[in-house]
Write a protein that binds this ligand. Structure first.
Ligand code: DSN
Length: 415
């Protein structure tokens, strides 16, 4: 894709777009929620569908001119159903947060009760953080991971479910490196007569490929985003059984949103089509193998991984045991200068602030898209460790930057 036309009409923006392309080409994206979509997905996302107003659903629109919007949305829905095996899919949410919002709107009244994982233990803002709409509109109680093991404390969840009597329990997390036992959480939800929302935003691709157990057909609602491990461009998605289909559709539109972003839905359709190709399963398996290789090499260097390892696409490093005077932000900033982009992250039992926490989170979806295998990820772990160990040493950072330049030349991305 070129920016020739923007360059003619708006050079300042063309500069930004080209700089961002260079940044992505020349650095390693290890933010666990990021990935690189194909040029086909980007082309679909930049299509004329951005001009179309398609309030409603295929065959039932409020405005004329939706013949082709109908076609693309129906293809996105059909492909999603095939990928995740869901009875009903809504592909209109603009994001994972809005997918969650739609589920709450479908079955909760303001003031109803949500039981979800604490943000500092790996949860998500939209699961009920006080600064988020979910925390403002609903009564929220939170469960945690076991401080010793780093795994979800399912017994604590049971106890809280018993005493809090939630209307909905949220499973699925943003910074949790282990498989989620959706069946167990569903049993808890049934015991207290609560709905169960499984937010698989991070693991949509792993679930689609059968690399992580699926909550579809178990939880009442499955929500997610489409730009992380699934590589289908920015957006959200909600799945449910037929019983809740109308409630979900009304909650997305007109409940939470107006017109759908049809250009993004075209991107989703293309990305879902790519994920139906058998090569996607290979990609998803390699993403997990790469995270395991990254994590075990970091451990060999003496770093402490929350939960002792990973089952999925990310590792969460608690810096306190090995580097008590180094914060996640120190490491995030030094690594960015070295060409590795990841994020500082809270860790269970966090004592620092969320802005400058004690951990870092690193994911392998984007590296795997670039073609990295386990050996490459072990080398990246070595480079990360060099910087963790000396975040103020600009010579070390420059050496790592040189090696990242070699790696980004070897594992190319966009032309
Ligand atoms: N903020 C995203 C993440 O990084 O996990 C989720 O929405």
């Amino acid at each position: 894709m070129t920016y020739e036309i923007v360059r003619e009409t708006d050079p300042a923006i063309a500069d930004v777009l080209e700089n961002e392309r260079s940044r992505q080409n020349d650095t390693l994206a290890m933010i666990a929620s990021e990935n690189h979509v194909s040029e086909a997905v980007m082309e679909a996302q930049s299509s004329e569908l951005t001009n179309n107003y398609a309030e409603g659903y295929p065959g039932e629109r409020y405005y004329a001119g939706c013949e082709f919007a109908d076609g693309v949305e129906q293809m996105a829905i059909d492909r999603a159903k095939e990928l995740w095996g869901a009875d009903h899919v809504n592909v209109q949410p603009h994001s994972g947060s809005q997918a969650n919002m739609a589920v709450y709107l479908a079955v909760l009244d303001p003031g109803d009760k949500i039981l979800s994982l604490d943000l500092t233990h790996g949860g998500h803002l939209s699961h009920g953080h006080p600064a988020n709409f979910a925390g403002k509109m609903y009564d929220v109680e939170q469960y945690e991971v076991d401080p010793e093991t780093g795994y979800v404390d399912y017994e604590l969840l049971d106890e809280k479910a018993e005493t809090f009597d939630p209307d909905i329990i949220v499973s699925g997390y943003s910074a949790y490196p282990r498989e989620v036992d959706f069946e167990r959480i569903q049993r808890t939800a049934e015991t207290v007569d609560a709905y169960h929302l499984a937010d698989i935003a991070h693991i949509t691709g792993l679930v689609a490929a059968g690399v992580h157990r699926s909550p579809v057909g178990i939880a009442d609602f499955v929500a997610g985003s489409t730009h992380k491990t699934i590589r289908a461009g920015r957006g959200g998605i909600v799945m449910c059984n037929r019983e809740h289909a109308d409630a979900i559709d009304s909650a997305v539109f007109p409940g939470a949103q107006g017109g759908p972003a049809m250009h993004n839905i075209a991107g989703k359709a293309v990305g879902f089509g790519e994920a139906l190709d058998p090569r996607f399963e290979t990609y998803a398996k390699q993403t997990v193998a790469n995270a395991k290789a990254l994590g075990s090499r970091l451990q060999e260097h003496g770093l402490h991984l929350v939960s002792g390892g990973t089952d999925n696409h990310l590792v969460l490093v608690n810096l306190r045991p090995s580097h008590p005077n180094t914060t996640g932000k120190d490491v995030e900033s030094a690594l960015e200068r070295a060409g590795i982009v990841l994020n500082a992250n809270t860790v269970p039992g966090e004592t620092r602030s969320a802005f400058n926490p004690s951990g870092i989170r690193a994911g392998t979806p984007a590296l795997t898209t670039r073609g990295f295998g386990a050996e490459g990820c072990r080398e990246v772990a070595d480079l990360i460790f060099e910087v963790v160990d000396a975040p103020s040493d600009e010579d070390v950072i420059a050496d790592v930057r040189n090696r990242i330049d070699d790696l980004t030349d070897e594992y190319t991305l966009y032309d």
